[in-house]
Design a protein. Structure first.
Length: 88
């Protein structure tokens, strides 16, 4: 799959999570930062999309401890939540 198609697929998956809250938290993060990501960070995000929304939101909101395999700068950036702009 070429890079453009991969990004389209990831954006769709990020914005179609099943709940509006997850869409905003996960989708806005993708929209705001994916252009800066390295190949390894893009791989990390793609793997993250395979996790349960409740877990991801818990990790972002710090109500659930982040498992060791997900800890690092990407999840720390998500935990800042300053990237979420709720569309009007």
């Amino acid at each position: 799959m070429n890079q453009e198609d991969r990004l389209k697929r990831l954006r769709f998956r990020a914005w179609h999570r099943g709940t509006r809250e997850a869409d905003y938290m996960i989708g806005c993060f993708f929209d705001r930062f994916h252009g800066e990501w390295s190949a390894a960070e893009l791989d990390w995000y793609e793997a993250l999309l395979g996790q349960e929304d409740a877990d991801i939101l818990g990790w972002i909101m710090r109500t659930i401890e982040v498992p060791a395999e997900w800890q690092g700068p990407m999840i720390e950036r998500m935990q800042r939540v300053d990237y979420v702009e709720v569309p009007q």
